[in-house]
Design a binder for this molecule. Sequence first.
Ligand code: HPA
Length: 243
Amino acid sequence: MVKTVGIIGGTGYETLLPEGSWLATETIYGKVEFMEVDFEGLKVIFIPRHGREHNLPPHRVNYRGNIWLLKSRGAEYVIAINAVGSLRRILKPGMIVIPTDIIDFTKNRYTTFFDDKPVHVDFTEPFCMKLVRVLEKASEKVLGYSISGAVVAVTEGPRFESPAEINALRILGADIVGMTSAPEAALAKELGLCYASLALVTNYAAGMQEKQSSEDVEKVANEKRQQVFQIILETLKILKEQE
Ligand code: HPA
């Protein structure tokens, strides 16, 4: 059986793969646009998290639709690409970090597929360690290092955090902060997908640098896109070999 791998990424990552055609499916959670391509013997499904037109801010992303789509098309593994701010001086902008735990501070999102029965999924391992290990290996090969074990805090956005919020998150144990890993990781867990994240540090969090701007986040994301690409290609190769 051909292994299926989902990639949920930011805008600009569609060029990661050989040109596939765009498809759109109306799931029970709404429309999801995606690209599906055969890649080195794997089936790879790419979903631009913020929509093809980049018109969905973090609080309006169709998290359930995206995860549902991947599950329904047979994905076993899901690699998420996330931009994050750093709460630790040693995690510098431009670095790529692999989180292994999460604190969900979002407040206005659909967080479950189970609305009509009490299902309490085990979240002891929020990110799938099997895939984390592969991301580590791929990162080491491409960058010469891997940083994993980070705790990601997820805020509702779309605004950036205040310095006091960042101090609070740091005291609670967070290392990085983003706006999209929740509820994505939990939804993937509910459907039994092996989900892990490559988190690109785009800035120091609020209070650690003069100010925050989306332009700065985008600038670092653009500069580092090729490296993230390379890590993902390497990850796909390792997953293929593990068959
Ligand atoms: N905060 C939240 N989300 C982010 C940040 C940040 O500083 N940088 C990139 N995504």
